[in-house]
Design a protein around this ligand. Sequence first.
Ligand SMILES: [Zn+2]
Length: 364
Amino acid sequence: MQALCVVNGSMQKVPEEWTEREREMERPVRSGGEEDRETLMMELTRLVQKTVKESSWWEKRGIDCSILAMAFISLPAAFLLLGSSQVVWFVLGLLVMGVAHAVITVKGTHLSSHGALSESAVWGQFWAIFFIEVCGSFTARAGVKAHVKMHHAHTNVIGLGDSSTWKVPFLPRIMYLFIAPLAVPIITPIVAVGQLKGQPLWAVVRTVVCVSLGVYSQYILLRCVSGLECGPALLVMLLSRAMFSLPYIHVNIFQHIGLPMFSPNRRPKRIYQMSHGVLNLPRNPLLDWTFGHSLINCHVEHHLFPSLSDNMCLKVKPIVSRYLKEKSLPYQEDSYLSRLSLFFHKYQELMVCAPPITELVGVQ
Ligand SMILES: [Zn+2]
């Protein structure tokens, strides 16, 4: 069978770099059919589980918990530095607070939403509420539903996990890519209030109390420990919370939008869905620490094995990449600047127009 790609119902030539992969992907279909396709994911899962079982607690959770703990431990120094009248120390304090905020609210909320910080379900729930609501100013129920139950379960499936919630088509590209993300700290709690509709009263009360507690405690510490007036304290809160907003929005759109999108009725098997619909960025020391490997250089591994911590995603990365390459499946990687350039130049096509549907002929 010739490798072909069906986009929006009509046969189209697949991109040059796909042709060989698509042809290769048909091998299991010819040799064994449905059973072979199922065993690919099972075989990879076995390989990954073997490594996980051989890993220590330190590797599985300790390293990531320590990074999160270090972010909290750095906060007293940040508050004290922000009280300095010397510009250099003040700016250093702002930087420390911004980095710590990103570690806690991006890496912390993401890992806790997947229950990757604890083996206990009760502690997992506690950490999700603490990181998402108290630190991230969002609702844990809506956050987990949108990220884990929709985006992960239906990655790149149109109308379900197609990343369309990140699109704001009425915004021009410069505004969307470089200016609007700075408003994320203000937009987040507003969106959270909208998400409270339809939730049980106890969940609404809990979210309002937790979000208020998080915002108010940062404000009161800036007033009392750093000695800032009301206006400067609010400005510091905005700047520290918006410091990583640009890469946060960028990363969320770079790793899925522009890749194959699937129809809800003809979705491919999981291993094809994730290998085609997810992309890894290269390692980046700052983003590896603040956002975590699962959102940066191990996003493919994270989508295949979402309950693994950042460090475990990094550990199984050679196994996953080798396996996908051996099976002639895509292992998609691109640089941050290359993706930024793509989204800048193809903004209309990628972020405004409806995405085309890809059908992987022979593997669905
Ligand atoms: Zn995730």
